[in-house]
Design a protein around this ligand. Structure first.
Ligand code: C5P
Length: 208
């Protein structure tokens, strides 16, 4: 499992998210616990930090999420790798298993959820054309890939200057399809301060 956890947490304004506490433990600890079963756990940390945790390798992250994942990927050994954002502490084991199975079967897989709201384009501050929300999905992590495939996708992206907010986009850019599996709305990404209220509430009822 590759965990890019080197973000600065700018939008949240509470320092690096890896150290943010929810339900009395850091987001890093939540993620490491969710993948306690994984053969390999590689974590990208913000520059200047290092940690010691049994069975976990820590590496300095890059300037962007993509660079952090690439750094981890170069050190990974598994045939299939899962890439998970540290900002999503509430990962149900069933989601990780669905992704893993689909990644083994199709080479690449990502969990998605439906779009609950009306979806439109913002045209200079005015209500633009609506998008058919039933045709769209919100993409979560963990995403799963054959390691060689993901490495090829990252190398091509680096050569071509392609930057993406997740790994599935890079694999898609290679022309390789990415299977979708059912995600979980509880695996939302903690991004804005109000997300912390929801996270604290979920932490109280969460069972691993
Ligand atoms: O900024 P964003 O929310 O898209 O970050 C997604 C994930 O990528 C987070 O887990 C964050 O810690 C990680 N990240 C990283 N290295 C960076 C920037 C973000 O590992 N330079």
């Amino acid at each position: 499992m590759l965990l890019p956890a080197a973000g600065s947490g700018e939008r949240l304004g509470r320092g690096p998210k890896a150290w943010l506490e929810v339900g009395g433990r850091t987001l890093l600890d939540w993620a490491l616990a969710a993948f306690a079963w994984a053969d390999e756990r590689l974590v990208a940390l913000p520059a200047g930090y290092s940690l010691d945790h049994p069975g976990v390798r820590f590496l300095p992250g890059g300037r962007t999420r993509q660079e952090s994942v690439y750094t981890l990927l170069l050190e990974a050994r598994g045939e299939v790798v899962l890439v998970h954002d540290v900002a999503r502490p509430f990962l149900a084991p069933a989601v990780a298993q669905r992704v893993l199975q689909a990644a083994h079967r199709h080479g690449a897989a990502a969990p998605v959820v439906l779009v609950p709201d009306t979806l439109i384009q913002d045209v200079d501050g005015f209500y633009g054309p609506p998008a058919p929300r039933e045709a769209y999905r919100l993409v979560q992590t963990p995403q799963g890939f054959g390691r060689e495939l993901l490495l090829e996708a990252h190398r091509k992206a680096r050569q071509e200057g392609l930057e993406a907010t997740d790994d599935a986009q890079l694999v898609l850019a290679l022309g390789h399809p990415v299977a979708l599996v059912e995600g979980d709305r509880r695996a939302f990404k903690i991004t804005y301060p109000e997300d912390l209220l929801l996270a604290e509430g979920l932490a109280r009822v969460w069972q691993e």
